[in-house]
Design a protein around this ligand. Structure first.
Ligand SMILES: Nc1ncnc2c1ncn2[C@@H]1O[C@H](COP(=O)(O)OP(=O)(O)OP(=O)(O)O)[C@@H](O)[C@H]1O
Ligand SMILES: [Mg+2]
Length: 238
């Protein structure tokens, strides 16, 4: 079943046309990846889906409901969460406090019950809840950002470049975790510059260029596509 349907999405910032008529589908239970160079419009698509920015035009349907143009606080309770690019961890706050920032829409259970559930996937964070987030390594801060995204118990999670700036080992751990999240039933939209690893874990992918989808398909198909190989594989910008 299609969980998320995006039709003819347009996002503009003043005169900048960041997203120009994108369509995409994410089926329930899938990992779908958005690939593209800097400035292709990947983050803008995610921001529009979760209501951080209002699209100029187009339709976004989630579980059959039109959510286009709704503000974030009305979208998150429907089961959508975003882990933003750059993690956005509050380093002066404790790990527990950072988690609570993401749990504001939760309707049942106490804060500590939800933290306890979420931390099942993040054993390294559990003994460190009262430490400032500044004490964590980059990889651990990314884990914290993902854990915070899960506090609202989303059915659909969007991850914006979660492996950016991490060591290969920490990036590997993030990809392992994404696989576990999918196995636990979370549907995922993954933006990545690490194209090979993203396609290895995703069912399908969309390649964006200048705000448009220039290529889409199953992961295996994309991994052997000449255009994708020439443009993205074998080159790592970070
Ligand atoms: N707040 C903003 N104001 C003006 N222009 C913006 C703003 N945010 C993004 N843009 C522009 O919109 C276009 C798409 O940006 P977006 O951040 O969506 O791309 P991206 O694919 O996520 O890039 P990156 O890989 O660098 O994260 C770019 O040309 C960018 O400069
Ligand atoms: Mg981005």
């Amino acid at each position: 079943m299609t969980m998320l349907e995006v039709r003819n999405l347009h996002v503009t910032y003043g005169k900048v046309r960041a997203v120009r008529g994108i369509c995409l589908d994410v089926a329930e239970g899938q990992i779908v990846t958005l690939i593209g160079a800097n400035g292709a419009g990947k983050s803008s698509v995610m921001h529009a889906i979760c209501g951080v920015i209002k699209p100029q035009a187009g339709q976004i349907t989630f579980n059959g409901r039109d959510i286009s143009g709704l503000p974030s606080h009305r979208i998150v309770p429907q089961g959508i969460a975003q882990v933003p690019e750059g993690r956005m961890i509050f380093e002066d706050l404790t790990i527990r406090e950072n988690l609570l920032v993401g749990g504001y829409v939760r309707s049942r259970g106490t804060d500590d019950e939800r933290i306890d559930e979420v931390l099942e996937l993040f054993p390294v964070l559990r003994p460190r809840l009262v430490e400032p987030a500044a004490n964590l390594s980059g990889g651990q801060q990314q884990m914290l950002a993902i854990a915070r995204g899960l506090m609202s118990n989303p059915a659909f999670l969007m991850l914006d470049e979660p492996s950016l700036g991490l060591s290969p080992k920490a990036a590997e751990e993030v990809f392992d975790l994404i696989g576990k999240l999918r196995a636990s039933g979370v549907t995922i939209l993954l933006v990545e510059q690490n194209v090979r690893q993203a396609l290895a874990i995703a069912s399908r992918g969309y390649v964006l260029e200048s705000g448009q989808v220039i290529l889409q398909g199953g992961s295996t198909e994309l991994l052997s596509d000449e255009r994708l190989i020439n443009a993205y594989l074998g080159i790592r910008r970070h």
